[in-house]
Design a protein around this ligand. Structure first.
Ligand code: ZN
Length: 285
């Protein structure tokens, strides 16, 4: 893969970060407010790196909402399958099955987890609109990516049907917000909060406007730089790099959640870099 003149930094999950000292979302700082640590990847998804003293109570509630949605609605099956930490592991999952004649309404019932095939479902987005070049665009608007964790089941569960149903229950906006939040924190970890314009990405995370489809999406084929065919040991993979958009350098993050399942790679355009930010990213080479 030709990387051109762009620079890449691979973020290690275990990286220790210095205290930020102000809320990364609203800039309120100590001693006016008590600041909590912000997990880069939510702990419920196996993340262990944090930004210490980085969010006020109000914005902890904002990100907690996104994280709870991800943990309980989007990734509960995969978390169980991987044995990730859970406060209250569920004992049963809802199953949808077709019994009887065609056209008959589906039955929905609870089955024990031990007897239930798991599912990992992600919305596979188009590239962020700000990056779109019709020649490079993957036509994947609204498509579903899913993985079934096979288990010997006596149940006649209609998995593709279930994936589709499950997908429609996912608030796609929440997936976008989760990706934006992780990318924002990764970029702060890489170059610091003052090295890029974070206005748009904060609006996406905090629901104060801004159409996320411009900045959060799938990956242009030509951008993929994670090496294909390589054994993946990391749970999630990420890379922060600078990319010129409309003649200005931007911090861009590529993120692959649960990479071991060969999941889609997402791209998040985090914000325009300052000269100092651009120099920091290129120094990581
Ligand atoms: Zn705040």
């Amino acid at each position: 893969m030709n990387l051109g003149n762009r620079s890449y930094i691979q973020i290690k999950q275990s990286k220790a970060n210095a205290a930020i000292g102000r809320c990364i979302y609203c800039d309120i700082h100590e001693p006016n407010v008590k600041l909590g640590r912000e997990h880069i990847v939510p702990r419920s998804l196996g993340g262990n790196a944090t930004l210490p003293k980085a969010s006020c109570r109000k914005h902890e509630d904002v990100t907690k909402k996104i994280e709870l949605y991800a943990a309980r609605k989007m990734f509960q099956h995969v978390r169980l399958n991987l044995g990730l930490r859970m406060k209250q592991p569920p004992t049963h999952f809802k199953a949808v099955a077709n019994f009887g004649k065609m056209g008959q309404p589906q039955n929905e019932f609870l089955v024990p987890i031990s007897d239930h095939p798991g599912l990992l479902v992600l919305a596979d987005f188009q590239a962020p609109k700000i990056l779109q070049n019709p020649l490079l665009l993957r036509q994947k608007q609204g498509s579903i990516w899913f993985k079934v964790f096979e288990k010997p089941s006596k149940l006649k569960i209609n998995i593709p049907n279930k994936a589709s149903k499950f997908y429609h229950q996912i608030a796609v906006d929440y997936q976008a917000k989760l990706l934006a939040k992780i990318a924002f924190c990764l970029t702060i970890s890489a170059v610091g909060l003052d090295s890029f314009n974070s206005q748009k990405i904060k609006e996406i995370i905090c629901e104060t406007g801004s159409d996320w489809t411009s900045f959060v999406g799938g990956t242009l084929e030509a951008e993929i730089e994670f090496e294909k065919g390589k054994v993946i040991s990391a749970l999630h993979r990420s890379v922060v790099f600078s990319r010129v958009i409309n003649s200005a350098p931007y911090a861009v993050v590529q993120l692959q959640l649960f990479a071991l399942y060969d999941t889609p790679i997402f791209t998040i355009v985090v914000g325009e870099l300052t000269q100092a930010g651009f120099d920091k990213i290129t120094a990581f080479k």
